[in-house]
Design a binder for this molecule. Structure first.
Ligand SMILES: Cc1ncc(COP(=O)(O)O)c(C=O)c1O
Length: 398
């Protein structure tokens, strides 16, 4: 009998990626919870609010009206209209509905954009720290990730100068995620404009993951989609997950040049087809309805950020940049590496989980070695309890 070794079973491309670290942490935490552990969960990257009533009602009404069949692949015209109109109102963009596609979460928009643009050997510039999935998705497509280091002392700021230095003749795309997961850094409007110029002048695609665009605490949210003169080189990736507390619905979109959106639709037609029909109706209610919930969520996140930051900074030896958006803090825990037999952030996060019962995500998942990511969409009591446990655990290390 022939025994198949894993290298004979699997295609090369699946060997180029790892299980998403945040999903892996969630699975480990679920196991402990099933055994009865009382965990404080700072791992999840999602709002703790329920989806607003009017959005749920629209989806329920759609199901009741039997809006439960296939739709056209890129989403019904009304959902694409809601996407482009929301974006035009908020950011001054001018996309046509043929330049919009509704996807099964922002992640599908990202995955498919990379698949349609990046070929073997193409370079993609990725600022560090980066959201876990960017690296693996680029590698899955066969692309080469060009990591762009940033400086923690400058709050991990991404500058146009640094991007310019990383560009080579093989650069196909630049990924920007502002505000960012995990550090909450925001690309300034001036840097963004210069980066748009750089990309446009050199025929490089700018892939803008704007899933936290409304959770920008520095002022008015900015979208690269508003640089209409550079539209040919910009793909905006959006998500309803964080903006409207809809993570489980799987609702996202891409806005970009018509040929790219057509290619995204072609790929989607051969994989998932349309995103769920009644989710599209919920998305229309979210995008075209009252935006009061967005402002209310934002205000609450600022309050929670300030509370979390104050608590984290009380832990002796721990430093933390001030996130300017999204809903994570990214403290530096290097003062504790080398203590208690802990050598890496991954070991520290694992011990925190098993011994202090606090869920965090280690920095290695985001390309840095001296940090852990803490999500703060939780109650203030949980922030107090979780940071107390972290502080007690760390200061107890010998
Ligand atoms: C930076 C970033 N992009 C994209 C996503 C994917 O969001 P979704 O697929 O839920 O729209 C996430 C989720 O955590 C994220 O943090």
């Amino acid at each position: 009998m022939t025994v198949l070794t894993p290298s004979k079973i699997f295609a090369d491309r699946i060997g180029r990626i790892e299980v998403s670290a945040t999903m892996a942490v969630a699975a480990e935490a679920a196991k402990l919870r099933a055994q009865g552990a009382n965990l404080v969960d700072f791992g999840a990257g999602e709002p703790h609010f329920p989806t607003p009533r009017h959005i749920k009602d629209a989806a329920i009404a759609a199901i009741d009206a039997n809006f439960t069949r296939y739709t056209v692949v890129p989403g019904i015209p009304d959902v694409r209209k809601a996407i482009v109109e929301r974006h035009a109102t908020d950011f001054g963009s001018d996309y046509d509905i043929s330049e919009a596609i509704f996807t099964t979460g922002g992640k599908q928009a990202l995955f498919n954009t990379i698949q349609v643009l990046v070929d073997h050997g193409d370079e993609v510039i990725l600022p560090v720290p980066y959201w876990v999935s960017f690296k693996d998705i680029i590698q899955y497509a066969g692309g080469k990730v060009v990591f762009l280091e940033t400086n923690e002392a400058e709050s991990f700021r991404i500058t146009a100068d640094a991007i310019e230095k990383a560009i080579t003749p093989k650069t196909k795309a630049i990924i920007l995620n502002s505000p960012s997961n995990p550090a909450g850094s925001v690309v300034s409007a001036e840097d963004l404009e210069r980066i748009v110029h750089l990309a446009h002048d050199r025929n490089i695609f700018l892939i803008l993951d704007e899933c936290y665009v409304y959770l920008n605490y520095t002022g008015k949210p900015v979208s690269g989609g508003s640089y209409t003169w550079a539209k040919d080189h910009i793909v905006v990736l959006g998500s309803l997950s964080k903006t409207y507390a809809m993570t489980g619905w799987r609702a996202g979109f891409a806005l970009g040049p018509r040929p790219i959106v057509a290619a995204l639709s072609k790929l989607q037609s051969q994989s998932t087809s349309n995103a769920t029909s009644f989710v599209q109706k919920g998305a229309i209610a979210a995008l075209a309805g009252s935006q009061e919930c967005v402002e209310a969520f934002r205000a609450e996140f600022i309050d929670l950020r300030d509370h979390m930051l104050a608590k984290v900074r009380e832990i002796p030896g721990v430093t933390c940049t001030t996130p300017q958006g999204a809903f994570y803090v990214y403290p530096n825990i290097s003062a504790y590496l080398g203590k208690g037999g802990i050598k890496t952030a991954t070991e520290l996060a694992t011990r925190l989980l098993h011994e202090a019962h606090v869920v965090t995500v280690p920095g290695e998942a985001f390309g840095t070695r001296e940090h852990i990511r803490i999500s703060y969409p939780v109650t203030k009591q949980n922030i107090d309890e979780g940071t107390r446990r972290i502080g007690e655990f760390l200061t107890g290390l010998k």
